[in-house]
Design a protein around this ligand. Structure first.
Ligand code: PHE
Length: 454
């Protein structure tokens, strides 16, 4: 194990896990999904998925990783006795690592662009909605900007992952998460006290049950898995650097708790401000870039808050990209016996190539922005297929594998080793055996059905 690296302490692990979970999923995606999918009802369904599917699957992933001390492919291979199907599921995790890393870095690059804009004073005064829109579209239709910034993120992530587990990942998380949290609280307070914010608060807090739909439920499930970093083996890989001393369910609970907290706070920052500015909730991936500038302009010392905020979001994004890249890199290091350096270079280069068309899909290329025949952009396709659908498939198989192939009993024995307590072990087994896999399947079928039923 010593050659693979390990977490230095319990707190270090929780922070690294929370660092993986907390990122653009909470700050960028959660507010816009909530805006697109009917507000509070989405939040409600999202929370249910976090508790009843996300949390149990997280315990499963961490335990599988810790037990085998392996990356997802190695883990499936060993515990299934070399079965092709399961190795294939491990392979899906590795592919997800490449693909999610590629599009995620595009948005992280946008954050750097907005950091630069804020720092150079672009948002010092209150702008009209049209002005904010045009700043965003001018920025994203510049191919050199978006591709260059995407490269920067891929490069920085590669660098951190190359330095290895302890030196890189843990250190980044340790100091900056609390500061990010503090800034979010301040921004949320400002946002909810803006004039006209009340309607946004209502939208965010009072569920309208008539808005339940198959797509909304699927999105909520995808978001729960994505924001908790599940379904692609990140937590398997992080678990593989975890010692037997640690209490897995307790660590997983902390990670889940922090992630949910940041999601909810980000909603309080963004949605009331949307109402106050008379914008539309359903703006898709552009949402935070069009709303945040106005909050900064409306806050005393907004310049510093703005700069500080974007710096922290870049770091939060990096602690997530690092955890995504770590999955394919751990695969090449462990299974193919490549050096860490070669693995990082290879994976990062491919991800940069796949990510480039996603970066150009915000106006720089008309073709990629509006793919002919479907009203989607290349980016939307990447983020839906690999940020939602394939994570659900991954989580489904991880739950099935733990429950039916490896076995709940063995898992609980491992969780309880070295005197650790797992009082809800039975409930966990039940959720993993029956609730998680079947819910995932039902949501899939229901969505397909509701698409065809119109
Ligand atoms: N959870 C991360 C975020 O919300 C994204 C992520 C997904 C990280 C899957 C690892 C695995 O930003």
């Amino acid at each position: 194990m010593s050659t693979r690296g390990a977490w230095s302490s319990k707190l270090g692990f929780i922070l690294a896990g929370a660092g993986s979970a907390i990122g653009l999923g909470a700050i960028w995606r959660f507010p816009y999904y909530t805006g697109d999918n009917g507000g509070a009802i989405f939040v409600f369904v999202f929370l249910i998925f976090c508790f009843f599917i996300g949390y149990p699957v997280m315990i499963a992933e961490l335990t599988l990783g810790r037990f085998t001390q392996k990356n997802p492919v190695g883990m499936f291979n060993r515990l299934s006795g070399g079965k092709k199907l399961w190795k294939g599921i491990g392979g899906l995790c590795v592919v997800n690592g490449f693909t999610i890393f590629s599009w995620y870095s595009v948005i992280a690059g946008f954050i750097i662009g907005y950091l630069y804009k804020t720092a150079s004073g672009a948002f010092n005064t209150q702008l009209t909605n049209e002005a904010v829109d045009s700043i965003f579209s001018t920025f994203t239709s510049n191919a050199v900007n978006v591709v260059g910034l995407h490269f920067l993120i891929v490069f920085c992530t590669g660098f951190v992952v190359y330095r290895g587990v302890k030196g890189g990942i843990e250190m980044l998380s340790k100091w900056l998460m609390p500061v990010l949290f503090f800034l979010l609280v301040v921004l949320a307070i400002r946002s909810v006290t803006l004039e006209g914010a009340g309607e946004g608060l209502r939208f965010y807090m009072y569920p309208d049950f008539s808005k339940v739909s198959g797509i909304m439920v699927l999105k909520a499930m995808g978001q729960a898995l994505f924001s908790l970093s599940l379904g692609m083996g990140t937590m398997i890989t992080y678990g593989s650097y975890l010692s037997k001393k640690e209490n897995v369910p307790a660590s997983a609970a902390w990670i889940t708790f922090f992630e949910i907290l940041v999601c909810i706070l980000a909603g309080f920052v963004i949605l009331p401000a949307v109402a106050a500015m008379g914008q539309s909730y359903a703006q898709g991936p552009d949402l935070i870039f069009k709303v945040l500038p106005s909050i900064f302009a409306a806050i005393p010392g907004g310049y510093f808050f703005g700069v500080g905020f974007f710096i922290l979001v870049v770091i939060a994004a990096l602690t997530s990209t690092v955890s995504i890249l770590e999955v394919p890199v751990a695969y090449f290091v462990d299974e193919r016996k490549w050096s860490r350096r070669k693995s990082v270079l290879f994976v990062a280069s491919i991800a940069w190539l796949i990510g480039t068309p996603a970066a150009l899909a915000f106006g720089a290329s008309d073709f990629l922005t509006n793919l002919p025949g479907i009203e989607w952009s290349f980016f939307d396709i990447m983020s839906t297929v690999f940020g939602e659908a394939s994570l659900s498939v991954g989580a489904f198989f991880i739950a099935i594998f733990t429950a039916y192939i490896w076995g709940i009993r063995k898992a609980i024995t491992d969780i309880e080793s070295e005197g650790n307590k797992f009082p809800i072990g039975k409930i966990w087994g039940f959720l993993l055996k029956y609730i998680a896999p079947f819910t995932i399947i039902i949501v899939f079928i229901y969505t397909v059905w509701s698409i065809f039923a119109g």
